[in-house]
Ligand binder design. Structure first.
Ligand code: ATP
Ligand code: MG
Length: 210
């Protein structure tokens, strides 16, 4: 068995997973020569209305389909198994236990960074992992933004910035497009598109929550 020495974690709601997530994961893997990327769907994302989020079983299944048999990608149900609110600090601590030899890199887009000050035990988290900040169209970092200024120095010290090809795709937009009967081909992996159709996901307005 391969010893994992470097591990990337991409947390998210994945409601549903799309090519923006996949490109972010792949570019980070490649740029930092990571042994593996784990996609971790959140059970109950602290920043979202749980009522509006699709059943975790479907979200997990879609990530599993997207990851397919890629040797470098994996999906973990650890946050779903834990239930309750999903905190990154607990996820990273669990990964550290599972892969004691690994240096951990937590991947996040610029929109997620702006919320990071609200995360649980941020200082402890910053001791457990590095952060890789990937660029995201529509969320350019504005140094005058108060939320940006409040990001503590100890976090910047652990953060690497990786510009990636910009894909102006969000799960919110995918849901909206499905509800409106528009195509999502080439925005999500083909197997995910098929899964959405077969399970009649995002058909009604209730599926839309931005
Ligand atoms: P929603 O519209 O429901 O908020 P989302 O598209 O933002 O969904 P999330 O599951 O919330 O997807 O995002 C998980 C992580 O992936 C976050 O760190 C986010 O910044 C990052 N991410 C999502 N889409 C992109 C993208 N197109 N480019 C770069 N990073 C992205
Ligand atoms: Mg989001």
């Amino acid at each position: 068995m391969q010893t994992i020495k470097s591990l990337g974690i991409l947390g998210g709601t994945f409601d549903p997973i799309h090519y923006g997530h996949m490109v972010a994961a792949e570019c980070v893997r490649d740029a930092f020569h990571l042994d593996r990327i784990i996609f971790v769907p959140a059970a109950w994302p602290p920043h979202k209305d749980p009522e509006g989020v699709l059943d975790s079983r479907h979200r997990f299944n879609m990530v599993e389909l997207a990851v397919g048999d890629s040797p470098n990608f994996e999906v973990s149900s650890m946050e779903l198994d834990r239930q309750g609110l999903s905190y990154t600090v607990e996820t990273v601590a669990s990964c550290q236990q599972l892969y004691p030899a690994a240096e951990i890199y937590f991947i996040l887009g610029t929109d997620a960074l702006l919320l990071i000050n609200t995360w649980k035990e941020l200082e402890r988290l910053s001791k457990l992992c590095h952060f890789i900040l990937v660029t995201r169209p529509g969320y350019e970092l504005n140094r005058n933004d108060q939320r940006f200024r409040e990001i503590p120095d100890y976090l910047w010290e652990k953060t690497l910035i990786l510009p990636i090809p910009g894909l102006y795709i969000s799960s919110s937009e995918i849901r909206q497009r499905v509800t409106e009967g528009k195509t999502i081909k080439y925005l999500v992996p083909e197997m995910v598109e098929k899964y959405i159709v077969e399970n009649n996901l995002y058909q009604d307005e209730e599926g839309i929550h931005v």
